[in-house]
Ligand binder design. Structure first.
Ligand SMILES: NC(=O)c1ccc[n+]([C@@H]2O[C@H](COP(=O)([O-])OP(=O)(O)OC[C@H]3O[C@@H](n4cnc5c(N)ncnc54)[C@H](OP(=O)(O)O)[C@@H]3O)[C@@H](O)[C@H]2O)c1
Length: 435
């Protein structure tokens, strides 16, 4: 792609002036799941934003691809970004996904003085700082409400209310696919594979769902949240990230016995010197607000320095909900002043200390509970509660809930247990009862 970065102050000013009173002309980058839903909504409710809205032009890979039926009457489809910008959009909506050409085209739009709305968390996780700085220096808004929990719009509210957003810790469920799969494993499916197939059947999981089930989608959203609330920059691969592939139906049953369930969690706490963060499945005790979120629901708990917690929950993403949030962002973007850019500091990231849910399995009989407790204690791990033993699957298994420990210590203790007894141990983090 060749793009021209011919920023013209006059064009910028003219663009803002035009946007303030005339129809809203969307330059739509991408007409896939979300882009199609945006177009459908615009066609169905062209005056929903109080102003006439139309799609000026839309960018796809191949407009003539016969296998794609794109119901976009009157919209010029193109694979050439120059043609999209030549259609004089007043706002650009980026729903291409991925890093390139999304980054280049968003920079191009900003340099032309056009407000940008994106739903692309990967783009923000990897290039958010550069893009927000470019938006501020162009004097135009860059909105990204739909990039994290599109069904629960809250990022824009907190961006405009810095005192309310004086948060020091956040815990959330930000991936509906994995919340659905874990809910299904716990209730009606014997294992991960059949729950995943069910999610795919209902359209809650993509045919290639690895970004969801391996936690990559969640950690990108966590990075966006950390940037917004902590004003810290963290690379996704600097944050401990685990997937849900190894969670079994027995894990869910015995998590229930221990007073909770296993949920796909993101967590970040910056009240100390370092940023403590992780993304992965975690035991969530029943009193915790996230424990009640079933199926594709998403939610987030924000704790401030005084310990007050604000919890928000609602539907996760999905093309239609995302399109609504994108179009609300469009209206805000064409009328609002840009948010002042404040550079985020680079975070020193560490995995947090937490409680742990440990599954111990043996093909024969498990060692005596007291021996397990003594061995773990000799490595600094103390057991808070244990489940009943489970011999239904041919071997012997038990689940332990520990007191807080850092990952290295629980790893060393369970490795020592395996070496001494031949048992296997599998650990997931466990949240406290209150966020
Ligand atoms: N799906 C959801 O429910 C959801 C929810 C919230 C946020 N999001 C985010 O929204 C974004 C879009 O997701 P999606 O599910 O709509 O993706 P998608 O179905 O894969 O659609 C991507 C669109 O972008 C176009 N495109 C991709 N690369 C291109 C390139 N190099 N040049 C021109 N066009 C290109 C594709 O063109 P073709 O049509 O020619 O292939 C397609 O129209 C992602 O960032 C995603 O994370 C999605």
């Amino acid at each position: 792609l060749t793009v021209a970065h011919d920023t013209l102050a006059g064009a910028r000013a003219a663009g803002v002036l035009r946007a303030s009173r005339a129809e809203i002309r969307i330059g739509l980058l991408g007409v896939g799941h979300v882009g199609s839903a945006v177009a459908r909504l615009v066609f169905a409710r062209p005056h929903a934003l109080g102003r006439r809205v139309r799609i000026a032009s839309a960018l796809v890979r191949d407009p003539l691809e016969p296998s794609r039926t794109r119901a976009l009457p009157g919209v010029s489809l193109t694979s050439d970004p120059r043609a999209l910008f030549a259609a004089a959009p007043t706002v650009v909506v980026e729903v291409l996904g991925g890093l390139e050409p999304a980054r280049t085209l968003v920079l191009e739009a900003l340099a032309r003085g056009l407000p940008v709305v994106t739903a692309n968390k990967a783009l923000l996780a990897y290039h958010g700082e550069e893009l927000l700085e470019a938006a501020a220096s162009a004097g135009v808004p860059l909105r990204y409400e739909a990039s994290v929990i599109a069904g629960v719009p809250f990022l824009g509210t907190f961006a405009r209310r810095p005192l309310a957003a004086d948060v020091t810790c956040l815990t959330g469920i930000v991936n509906g696919t994995t919340n659905y799969i874990l809910t299904e494993i716990g209730e009606s499916h014997p294992d991960y594979a059949s729950a995943l197939a069910q999610a795919q059947h209902h359209g809650f999981a993509e045919p290639d769902s690895s970004k969801d089930v391996d936690g990559l989608d969640a950690v990108e959203k966590l990075v966006v949240l950390i940037r917004q609330f902590a004003r810290l920059r963290a690379a996704p691969d600097a944050i401990e990230t685990t997937g849900i592939r190894q969670i079994t139906a027995a894990d869910l049953v015995h998590a229930g016995e221990l007073g909770g369930s296993i949920k796909p969690v993101v967590y970040a706490d910056w009240s100390g010197a370092a940023l403590a963060a992780f993304a992965g499945p975690a035991f969530v005790p029943r009193p915790h607000p996230l424990a009640a979120l079933r199926g594709v629901s998403n939610g987030i708990c924000l704790r401030d320095g005084a310990g007050s917690v604000l919890s928000l929950a609602g539907p996760g993403a999905g093309p239609d909900i995302t399109a609504v949030t994108v179009l609300d962002d469009v209206l805000e973007a064409v009328v609002a002043k840009p948010v002042r850019f404040s550079a985020a500091c680079i975070a020193s990231v560490r995995p947090p200390s937490s409680r742990w849910l440990v599954r111990i399995t043996s093909s024969g009989a498990l060692p005596f509970g007291a021996d397990v407790a003594d061995l773990l204690a000799s490595h600094g791990i103390w057991i808070e509660r244990t489940s009943t033993r489970d011999t239904r699957h041919g071997g012997d298994a038990q689940w332990l809930l520990t007191y807080p420990s850092v990952r290295d210590r629980i790893g060393a203790a369970t490795a020592a247990l395996s070496a001494a007894t031949g048992c296997s141990a599998f650990c997931v983090r466990a949240l406290e009862e209150q966020p």
